[in-house]
Design a protein around this ligand. Structure first.
Ligand code: ACO
Length: 328
């Protein structure tokens, strides 16, 4: 049995910025309400000619450089997204072509905001079995194109971005490895966050457009409660599985949806708030991209260092949730 280590990380946020003040001009909201209820101050949005794989490519090239690798070193691509370039072919295959590393397996993974933790877990299994040695996991979203800028409850939350990890087989004596991943899903709560149209259930039609069913819809308060419950539970699971105490964990990197959710998760399982990595103020919820982006930012600003225990946790539409504990 092999172990995997994070060899490199990278992220990319589009240049265009949408502030709370910009949103005040679009819907009945205020900067103060958004900051107090979510912690978000601004979010990045892709340019009209940018697609999701463009963002992913930029994050990937940074992660490869950080790992001291080239696209030819990769032997698998896992692209975590719910807002890919198109339904078919997969964004993973489009990215593979852009990277120029033909023939390796490449696939999309759909677990909404938990996508990156799911992707990390899948990659870890492939490396543990010895089948693969060097895997790209990229979380990338252009979610603003699926948000109704007339719905004040959703449009204030989301932004675009991409983050990537390069996972590789660790040497036998390397202790900086992924220690465990824990995933779960509760399909019975699927109606809390949906994008109703565009699938086989409701293909695009004039009626879909008229009713705005090509935009995300959510029950915010219910999501909030379930997010806190499930993230706290999967974090607890990770610590118990590894027999590691909270005091040994240097940083918790949760899905960046809302600062109040992150704060409540920390409270729920007794984790110090000052050790929670939050960059939600500068990017909002970028779905599957939030964890690798937040991780990379905290690394670059010196908070996250090699050798530390880091706990990642996410929840998303589905409802899905997961945690990953690693010694970085
Ligand atoms: N500006 C001003 N007022 C608003 C806004 C807004 N943008 N949005 C809602 N309100 C109003 C509501 O209409 C409500 O008014 P009412 O009391 O007259 O009915 C009032 O503010 C309070 O609404 P609540 O729902 O109680 O506000 P809450 O404190 O729960 O915050 C929020 C709402 C921010 C949506 C919060 O519930 C939340 O963050 N939920 C989780 C959302 C989320 O993470 N979604 C994505 C999950 S899945 C994934 O990440 C892909």
């Amino acid at each position: 049995m092999f172990r995997s280590r994070v060899a490199g990380t990278g992220h990319y946020l589009p240049l265009k910025i949408l502030t709370n003040f910009d949103l005040e001009r679009l819907v009945d909201t205020t900067d103060q309400w958004i900051r107090e209820r979510t912690g978000i101050e601004r979010r990045h949005v892709a340019a009209d000619d940018e697609v999701t794989t463009d963002l992913a490519l930029k994050a990937t090239l940074k992660a490869l450089e950080d790992a001291g690798k080239t696209p030819n070193d990769l032997d698998m691509i896992i692209f975590c997204t719910v807002t890919g370039d198109q339904v078919m072919p997969s964004s993973a295959c489009v990215l593979q072509q852009k990277l120029g590393c033909d023939r390796i397996p490449a696939f999309d993974l759909s677990a909404a905001c938990s996508g990156f933790v799911y992707g990390l877990s899948v990659a870890d299994q492939f490396i543990k079995t010895g089948h693969h040695r060097c895997i790209l996991i990229v979380g990338a979203e252009i979610i603003h194109r699926f948000v109704n800028y007339k719905d004040r409850e959703t449009c204030i939350l989301f932004g675009d971005g991409a983050g990537a990890f390069i996972l590789e087989r660790a040497d036998h004596d390397d202790s900086n490895v992924i220690l465990s991943t824990h995933l779960r899903a509760e399909g019975a709560l699927g109606d809390l966050f949906v994008l109703p149209a565009g699938g086989s259930k409701k293909p695009f039609s004039q009626e879909v457009l008229d009713k705005g069913e090509h935009y995300v819809r959510m029950k915010g308060r219910e999501i909030f409660k379930n997010a806190v419950r499930t993230m706290a539970a999967v974090c607890q699971e990770a610590l118990e599985h590894n027999k590691i105490g909270i005091d040994q964990v240097s940083w918790l990197v949760p899905h960046q949806a809302n600062w109040r959710i992150m704060e409540a998760v920390a409270e729920h399982f007794g984790f110090p708030k000052e050790k929670v990595v939050s960059v939600v103020h500068e990017m909002g919820n970028t779905s599957a991209a939030t964890i690798p982006v937040a991780f990379d930012m905290a690394r670059k600003d010196g908070r996250i260092k090699r050798g530390q225990f880091i706990l990642l946790t996410a929840f998303g539409a589905g409802l899905t949730a997961g945690s990953a504990l690693l010694r970085f």
